[in-house]
Design a protein around this ligand. Sequence first.
Ligand SMILES: [Zn+2]
Ligand SMILES: [Zn+2]
Length: 129
Amino acid sequence: MDVKECVTCNDAKPLGEFPKHRRVCKKCVSKRESARRKDRLSSGELTYSDIRLAATARDLGLTPAEYREARNKPCAVCGKPSPKERTNVGYPHPETGRYVATVCKECSTGFGFFGHDPDRLRRALKLLT
Ligand SMILES: [Zn+2]
Ligand SMILES: [Zn+2]
């Protein structure tokens, strides 16, 4: 089996343990990244909400910048503008999990109460109209 020596930990490891074309093993890369993240967190350059935002953006298939912009849109259901605190959120497509629209926290919770079920919502709508 082909092995390569990591320039950081000096361990010889199989090629699968290295990111492509890198001489630093995956373990050392992730160690370095988490150290860098810690530094940026303690310097205030990065906040936990940035990390959360980046994770949510990734889940929705958006970049952090795209998600930040999407969050600031008014709610697609009730039209409420995005508040400064507790901003509007991206609503994921039920199958793909990709971003479909921006909704406020209340409307998003409402969907949740209805189990994100269009038939159930349709029947509920009938009662109201
Ligand atoms: Zn290493
Ligand atoms: Zn709303």
